[in-house]
Design a binder for this molecule. Structure first.
Ligand SMILES: Nc1nc2c(ncn2[C@@H]2O[C@H](COP(=O)(O)OP(=O)(O)OP(=O)(O)O)[C@@H](O)[C@H]2O)c(=O)[nH]1
Length: 388
């Protein structure tokens, strides 16, 4: 399913926001205790304790929400939900700290003023630098600090308080502009990363796929087959390899042209694909030759599948220049033996079986003769002669 790339980026930004804010789990409780101790200069100890108690609960809650988000493996469509939950949980923290203005404010008390401004400036500076990763949450985080600044003149309507409020608001606006700029840069960086990931995925796909048929290419198939071969040896499982080759395909090209030949190749491969089991790997070795790797497959099962594929290819309805065409395939089967330490001997035997099918008239399946131990058991059998 396609997702909105901007939604993916917003989700990545929310992760960034949470990662940065998770540092708070050590610092915020400590700062809370220091500030509560200082608060006792202007409010009774019990009030400061209540403030600290609430704030510690709020910290525990937003860290719980952050962790739940990190564990949730949320997709891009869940981002608005988590952004709201996180903004709500962290908003409570912003409210608690912004409210210090009202707890500590005292008429004509210089120390209280310094405390308020210090806490408030630090709050705005920390918020804009820590929350800028996710713009919407940053804006929500800034609501309470700004409201607290606007509320200063309500405590005492004086030019001094109005000036402080304006200075604070000016500082907040400036910090917000800087935060937005940083957010623009981080968005660009995330977009670049996203584009790179898409390009790398496309390149990897192109490097492993055959453009005409969409099958895995020779290089990928051989790597996959080598891995399957080692795994089959380790677990003593049977493994079958089929080589599938189109019959008299040159005639199609010569008579109807290369484009028509491409069409036939595509149609035959589509028919083969429709008849595969999950777990089997069909690859294009080159030209009109294909290979099918069938893990945990006995000779009887491989022969049955090969026969099904042969019939499916021959049944593909093809019409070229008004003429009905029947494109057949010849299939050779080899089963993994204990002496097949590398893929080449197994492929060689499957190739020999396929050529035997060609020489015997094409449009048929040939399997190397099973030794008694090979059928339905481990790949520890002796190599057998070809059988038709
Ligand atoms: N249209 C098209 N033709 C291809 C492609 N790859 C290989 N071929 C052609 O496939 C033909 C293979 O011819 P041959 O190797 O003589 O085999 P054949 O005619 O199928 O005969 P047998 O295999 O003996 O039955 C050649 O004409 C190649 O040019 C391809 O991607 N598209």
């Amino acid at each position: 399913m396609m997702t909105d790339p901007r939604a993916d980026i917003r989700l990545a930004q929310l992760h960034l926001y949470v990662d940065i804010h998770l540092h708070d789990r050590y610092l915020a409780p400590l700062l809370t205790l220091v500030v509560a101790a200082m608060l006792t200069n202007w409010v009774p100890v019990s009030w400061a304790a209540i403030w600290a108690g609430f704030e510690l609960l709020i910290i525990a809650n937003y860290i719980r929400v952050y962790r739940a988000f990190k564990r949730s493996q949320a997709g891009a469509s869940d981002e608005p939900h988590w952004a709201r939950r996180i903004a709500l949980a962290h908003g409570a923290h912003m409210l608690a700290w912004s409210s210090l203005v009202f707890w500590a404010w005292q008429h004509d008390n210089f120390a209280s003023l310094v405390f308020i401004m210090l806490v408030h400036i630090a709050l705005i500076a920390l918020t804009t630098s820590m929350s800028n990763a996710h713009l919407r949450t940053l804006e929500r985080d800034m609501v309470f600090p700004v409201l607290a600044l606007l509320g200063l003149p309500l405590l005492e309507l004086s030019w001094f308080n109005i000036g402080l409020s304006l200075l604070g608001l000016g500082f907040s606006v400036l910090m917000l502009l800087v935060a937005r700029q940083i957010n623009t840069y981080s968005t660009e960086a995330l977009q670049l990363r996203q584009r790179n990931e898409i390009l790398i995925r496309e390149l990897e796909l192109q490097a492993s796929r055959d453009a005409l048929t969409g099958l895995v290419n020779r290089r990928y198939f051989l790597a996959e087959a080598n891995q399957q071969l080692q795994a089959a040896h380790r677990s003593c499982h049977v493994l079958a390899l089929l080589i599938i080759d189109l019959d008299h395909f040159k005639q199609i090209n010569d008579q109807y042209g290369h484009l028509a030949g491409d069409e036939v190749l595509g149609a035959v491969v589509d028919a083969l694909k429709r008849n595969l089991r999950t777990g089997d790997c069909l690859g294009r070795l080159g030209g009109e030759e294909f290979a099918l790797l069938m893990p945990e497959t006995t000779q009887a099962e491989a022969t049955e599948t090969a026969e099904r594929l042969r019939q499916a290819a021959a049944a593909v309805p093809l019409t070229l220049q008004g003429q009905a065409i029947c494109q057949t395939v010849s299939i050779g089967i080899a089963l993994l033996q204990k002496e097949d330490t590398s893929l080449s001997s197994l492929m060689h035997r499957a190739d020999l079986a396929m050529y035997a099918a060609k020489t015997q008239g094409r449009n048929r399946v040939v399997c190397e003769l099973p030794t008694p131990a090979a059928e339905g058991s481990s790949p520890n059998a002796e190599t057998a002669p070809l059988a038709v």
